[in-house]
Every structure is written in C-alpha cells, then in structure tokens.
Design a protein around this ligand. Structure first.
Ligand SMILES: Nc1nc2c(ncn2[C@@H]2O[C@H](COP(=O)(O)OP(=O)(O)OP(=O)(O)O)[C@@H](O)[C@H]2O)c(=O)[nH]1
Ligand SMILES: [Mg+2]
Length: 477
C-alpha cells in the first residue's frame, strides 16, 4: 500500500463505513524502515480515520522485524488524553487479545454515550465555533445554534469553541485542532459537526477531506429548518432555490462528500422530499424554479393591487425569530396561526383583518423572523414573501424583552430591514414577554428603548398598543 516514504490509504468510508460503530473495524499495520516508533502521521491517521488500532513494525538493517509499536484511541477521560501507546514488543511475542481489547474499547466509548439510538442515524451533533469574537459573543451565538439544532431535531452532544486571532480563509482551523475535534466527536458519539460560522467552499472541502463526519454550517442548518417548515407553494420554491444556490458551489467532487450532503439533515428538501444535488440537474432545476417564482409573482402582484384598492391600512409584524410575532397576531385577531417555541416556526406570510375601535379596520400580516448572520442571498430568497412588507404603512417590530440578547436582536432586525430597503418605513418597537420580567425592569426598558411593553399571551395587556397604533395611523383624530 505504499513505499519507503508514504502510505496510500484507500477510501475507507466507502469500504468500511463507520455507521453504527464508534471505531471503523480496520487496523493499520505497516513497517517503519528506519527503525523508529509511531510518528505524528500515524497518530493522526488513528484519530481521523477512526482506526481500531495503528501498528508500526520497525525493520532492522538486515530486513528482520524489530519491535511492534501499537496505539489505540481512548474513551473520554478526565485528563483529556487522546490515545495510548502500548509497550513495544517483538511481533513474535505479541500476546495481546486485540479483538477483545477493541471490543471492550467500543463498549466503553458507548457507555459514555447514553441514550444513543441507532434508528435515528445522523442525529447527534457536536457544535463548533471558530471565531475571532470575544468568548461571550461566541457563547451567545453557540446558544442560538443549539436552539437551531434542537428545532431541527438534532441532539447536541457537546460544543467546541476555538478562538483565533485570525480565521484562515482556506483552512478555518489547524490540523491539530481538527484532529482534537474529530476525536472528541468520536468519544461523544457525534455523527455531525455543525459549524457556527458559515463555511466557504474551500473551508468545507478541507474539512470534509479530513473526516467523514457529516459537516454542516449555520446557514445549512437554517435552510434545513426552512425546508421542514415551508408550507405554501411559493415558500417551498424559495427554500429549494436557496438550498440549491447555497450548496452548489460547495459540492465537493468526491462522491462520498456528495452523499454526505444529500442524506438526512441538511439534505431535506421542502415538503418531505429529498434534496437532489447533482451539479448538472441542479442548474436546470434552479432555472425552472426561478421561472415558477416569476410566474407566481404576477398573481401576487394582482393580489396586492386588489388589497390596496380596498384602501385598508396595512400593518406588518417583523422581528427576531421566536420573539412572539405569531402569538401577537393571534391575540390581536383571535386567530390560530402556528406559534411555537421553535426558531422559524413561521415561514409563510399570513394576513388577517383587525377591527379597531370606532369601526376602523386594518390588515395585519405576520412574517418570517430574522436572525443574525443570515447571508444576503438567503434574505433575497425570501423576497417574494417579504415583498408584502413594501406595502406596509406601519411595521411593528416585536422583540423578546426577556432575552439577555435583546439589544443585539433589535440591532440585527434593524440591519436586516435596512438591507431590505425598508428602513424608511414607520416603525413601532414592541417589547414582548414582559410577564417574564419584574415590572420595573419592563418599564425601564420601555423608557430607554422607546418601546411599548406587552405580553402577547395576555390580550388585556394589548390595549395600550392598540391605542398607540390607532394614534399613529389616524393622527389627530
Ligand atoms: N412568556 C411569554 N411567552 C411568549 C409570549 N409571546 C410569545 N411567547 C412564546 O414564545 C414562543 C414563540 O412565539 P411565536 O409567536 O411562535 O414567535 P414568532 O416570533 O412568531 O417566531 P418564529 O415564527 O419562529 O420566528 C412561543 O412558545 C410563545 O408561546 C409572551 O408574551 N410571554
Ligand atoms: Mg411566527
């Protein structure tokens, strides 16, 4: 399999997929012609390829076998040791029960992974953040990533933050760190690495070249949730388009990497279908979907014209995801739009009529939530849904006042509105979930941020808001 200088390893994931096991079921036994023991490359292969064991037999000047050096990885341990190198022995004297050793190792690793269900493949993730940001910010962002993962029905088994002065645009993180990461994921029983930062195509390629774990980034995870939550025809088209456009430049030529993109999480298409990613077909599909969207743009336009003719003022609810937008729409209009403690529960716009005091009526619409670091292409993909916002006479910006990240969320929403060229619209900040705060805190926030405090779950708390909207829409009356 090699010569004096290098070793060629076949594509192990093809021949010996790891699925269901922790170790690969492959032992690498090779010779070292200069009589040296295990080197760094050997140990890297051991970890990255999840080998059961690596053995190097040294050879003396006469071509006779010298000592056999062997190493295997270790289960999660308090000292953070990654592997153990066994006492070197002459091959003829080796009396280790290798199979027994490996089986007990598998068992011990499994014991550290309670609740592992083999029926749901692809369900345990290790979250990774490689960042130049302060640890506090990285943790905030990772916490959100955890919520995203939960929404996507992925179990999170651990998190890994690496702070760097600069992030390398090609490699993201060094080989040594990558090795730690992959070993940790094996010890924790993770099948997926989810990166908090969006990976550019070359970063994704270097990482998938090093491991056969599934690799996703923040945007892919969000797209996966979108794919599960899109219901309307337009919504589904938009999601599939966004998925294809994001994934196409990231398609790695290796077939294995392709299948890693398609199966399970990250490969779910809208409406229970599987996302088909094949470079040539994908391009045709993009053209087709774009045409569909253009066609339905026409009927959306007619609908909007008809609505404007009715002359009712239009109010749109915007805000960070999970802030309580749908709950507010429901309470205001007594309706039953889906509202849940999940990120991106709402993807499709829905409109209701709302009756105001003095026999006045408005149309009020609920929209998809915003989130930090949503790539501009993704925002653009939602243009069709969001174009309704252009008609709005007033934007209600709902924020979760009980979130420790309130002010950050408000900034993200303002920034996204600016990107959508909606920042000239009249806006009213609403501080929701005040039931979770002491009353003075809510009052203080309302004063400093100039917002209206409400609890969207409690209709009685909405009266001041209704009066305020009334006075904005019909000033001086
Ligand atoms: N305690 C409390 N919980 C609230 C309040 N308003 C909403 N919630 C809860 O917050 C969660 C999210 O509410 P949604 O209305 O789905 O939020 P959303 O902004 O529409 O979220 P997405 O559509 O997912 O972006 C739900 O579990 C609601 O029950 C509130 O005033 N107080
Ligand atoms: Mg909603």
């Amino acid at each position: 399999m090699g010569d004096a200088k290098s070793l060629f390893l076949p594509d192990l994931e093809r021949a010996h997929p790891v699925s269901g096991r922790r170790l690969r079921g492959v032992r690498l036994i090779h010779t070292h012609l200069n009589g040296e023991g295990l080197n760094d490359d050997d140990l890297t292969d051991l970890a990255l390829l999840r080998l059961d064991m690596v053995v190097a037999v040294s050879v003396d000047a006469n071509g006779l076998p010298g000592l056999a050096h062997a190493a295997h990885v270790l289960p999660l341990n308090p000292n953070g040791e990654k592997w153990v190198i066994l006492e070197p022995q002459l091959p003829a004297q080796l009396d280790t029960d290798f199979l027994g050793l490996i089986e007990s190792l598998e068992e011990e690793i499994a014991r550290n992974q309670p609740g592992r269900s083999y029926r749901t493949k692809d369900s345990r993730a290790l979250l990774v953040s490689v960042t130049t940001a302060l640890i506090y910010d990285a943790e905030e962002s990772l916490e959100e990533l955890r919520q995203l993962a939960l929404t996507s029905n992925v179990e999170v088994v651990g998190a890994f933050i690496q702070r760097r002065k600069e992030v390398d645009p090609r490699f993201l993180m060094g080989r040594g760190k990558m090795e730690d990461l992959i070993l940790r994921s094996m010890q924790l029983g993770a099948d997926i690495l989810i990166f908090d930062q969006n990976l550019n195509p070359s970063q994704l390629r270097t990482i998938t070249d090093m491991t056969d774990l599934k690799v996703l980034d923040r945007t892919q995870l969000i797209l996966d949730i979108f794919a599960q939550h899109a219901h309307s025809t337009d919504g589904k088209i938009q999601v599939e388009l966004a998925q294809l456009k994001y994934l196409l430049p990231r398609l790695v030529t290796k077939n294995t990497a392709m299948s890693r993109l398609t199966g399970g999480i990250g490969g779910r298409g809208p409406g229970e279908t599987k996302l088909e990613i094949n470079r040539r077909r994908a391009n045709d599909r993009i053209v087709h979907l774009e045409k569909l969207l253009r066609d339905s743009a026409q009927s959306r336009k007619l609908r909007r014209i008809r609505r404007r003719r009715e002359g009712l003022p239009i109010i749109s609810i915007v805000g960070y995801t999970n802030a309580g937008k749908s709950t507010l729409l429901n309470s205001l209009t007594n309706s039953h739009v889906v509202a849940e403690d999940k990120l991106f529960a709402t993807l499709d716009t829905s409109s209701r009529r709302l009756r105001f005091p003095r026999e006045r009526e408005v149309i009020i619409t609920d929209t998809v939530g915003f989130i930090r670091e949503l790539p501009t292409e993704l925002v653009a993909a939602f243009k069709a849904t969001l174009e309704e916002l252009e008609d709005a006479d007033l934007l209600l910006h709902v924020a979760d006042a009980s979130s420790p990240y309130l002010e950050h969320h408000i900034r993200v929403v303002e920034k996204t509105l600016a990107e959508l060229e909606l920042n000239a619209k009249l806006r009213l900040l609403i501080l929701n979930k005040t039931d979770r705060l002491p009353p003075e805190t809510a009052q203080n926030l309302a004063r400093t941020l100039e917002g209206v405090p409400i609890c969207a779950l409690d209709r009685d708390s909405l009266l001041p808001l209704i009066r305020r909207i009334d006075s904005i829409l019909w000033p001086g009356e």
